[in-house]
Design a protein around this ligand. Structure first.
Ligand code: SF4
Length: 429
């Protein structure tokens, strides 16, 4: 369930049904203005809606005022242990401040920060982390780590409410994917505030992306989560943004840029598809429109699998073909497939999103396709299609059989099982 409440972080709405917000964190020393601003512009170009910067020292909070002014996207200041820096970050105009009330120096200091946040209208991100739960929850953490996280988050929420402050989002992070899922599911039922999702210290680009996709994807598919940050061990914060977008695009929660679909390849492949797919993916980064582009490793299946794609290519050893919406456009030498694909895409945009088809070239491509298509080949795609059709016809046959055996309103014999008492039937209902 989406959160009921909404907060506004520098014009970006979080929660209350707003689109899921993508954020990341810079990896630079914040006081190094040049490096920090370069990275902020890079992540903004990659699609970050918000960026967080670490503010551990006095020089960082001084740089923050300039960063807030120059940044193309709203800036969140990340503060730990030092309530004076939190106050200064709010004064510097940070669009949001992230702090953990448990490590900021006691209730009076928390109250001081909240008073200034209220006065300046600055939202906060408050939360808890599995690695730093309060001492009184340690025993519970041993017995039930999920409930310990939820209890710590609820205590933080109660503290905010006791100070009459509701302009915040909540994060509850764990290095464990199952615990992240279970705790956020539980918390989402208990509080109305927006949730920030992330798997903390997820790992390298490869494993961290997968853990995040599983953990965050599961919650997002349930409608839980209002903003996400992918934590990866890489200096390239833009990679975190790209992964976040792939998760949101896969769930059809947001749309940004082209969608590349590609077959998994198999023994029928006759050209260097790895290189071709990587090149197509790289060149598609220059496009913002949500166009769908497909790459098929061979034409054995025809191009029916890619009939939804706006554009696509399929190749063989020497020759390949470009198609659009399941219809051939032209055949070209395999080595020119990628260049010719992008020429067609550019022509499409130049013509106001109209596919320009040269009938003679299309006829030649159709003939090439007919020569290369093999209607008898059991390809992975055809096996999957046959299995899906079989499952559908099984279900349909089952429904017909049941309707024949069960007069309207009466339990079907399919819902009954033989009783252990010989010859007697009993209903499961
Ligand atoms: S049969 Fe399917 S998976 Fe194999 S190369 Fe052709 S399109 Fe790709």
């Amino acid at each position: 369930m989406a959160s009921q409440r909404q907060i506004d972080v520098g014009g970006v709405l979080i929660g209350g049904g707003a689109p899921v917000v993508v954020q990341t964190m810079t990896k630079t020393e914040t006081a190094n203005l040049q490096a920090t601003m370069d990275q902020i512009r890079t992540v903004a170009d990659a699609g970050a809606d918000l960026v967080r910067v670490a503010v551990p020292r006095e020089q960082d909070v001084q740089a923050l005022a300039v960063i807030v002014e120059q940044s193309p996207i709203p800036v969140i200041a990340d503060i730990h242990f030092n309530h004076t820096l939190a106050l200064k970050a709010i004064e510097a105009g940070a669009h949001c401040v992230r702090l953990n009330p448990g490590n900021i120096g006691g209730p009076e200091k928390v109250a001081e920060v909240i008073a200034l946040a209220k006065q300046r209208g600055t939202p906060l991100r408050v939360g808890v982390n599995s690695g730093s739960l309060p001492k009184h929850l340690r025993e519970l953490e041993y017995e039930d780590p999920v409930q310990a996280l939820v209890s710590a988050a609820l205590e933080t929420v109660e503290l905010m409410e006791s100070l009459d402050f509701t302009n915040f989002k909540v994060s509850m992070k764990s290095t464990s994917v199952p615990n992240s899922i279970a705790s956020n599911r539980r918390l989402a039922e208990l509080i109305p505030y927006p949730l920030h999702l992330g798997v903390t210290e997820a790992g390298t680009k490869w494993s961290g992306s997968l853990k995040s996709a599983v953990g965050l994807g599961t919650l997002l598919a349930d409608g839980i989560g209002d903003t996400i940050r992918i934590s990866l061990s890489t200096f390239h914060a833009e990679d975190e943004v790209k992964v976040a977008w792939e998760i949101l695009k896969a769930l059809k929660l947001r749309q940004r840029g082209p969608d590349l679909i590609a077959c998994p390849t198999c023994g029928r492949l006759q050209f260097d598809m790895d290189t071709v797919v990587a090149e197509v993916e790289r060149r598609l980064e220059a496009y913002e429109d949500p166009i769908e582009v497909s790459v098929l490793g061979c034409a054995v299946n025809g191009i029916g699998e890619a009939r939804h794609a706006d554009f696509g290519i399929t190749g063989a050893k020497d020759m390949g073909m470009i198609y659009s919406k399941g219809e051939p456009l032209k055949k070209v030498p395999t080595g020119e497939l990628v260049d010719e694909l992008f020429k067609e895409i550019d022509r499409y945009y130049a013509a106001g999103k109209t596919v320009l088809r040269d009938e003679a070239a299309a006829a030649e491509a159709r003939q090439w396709l007919a020569e290369n298509e093999d209607l008898t080949a059991m390809t992975p795609e055809r096996v999957a299609a046959l299995e899906a059709a079989a499952a559908e016809s099984d279900a349909a046959a089952g429904a017909v059989l049941e309707s024949m055996l069960s007069p309207a309103g009466e339990p079907s014999v399919l819902d009954e099982e033989l009783s252990p008492v010989a010859g007697r039937r009993f209903s499961r209902r």
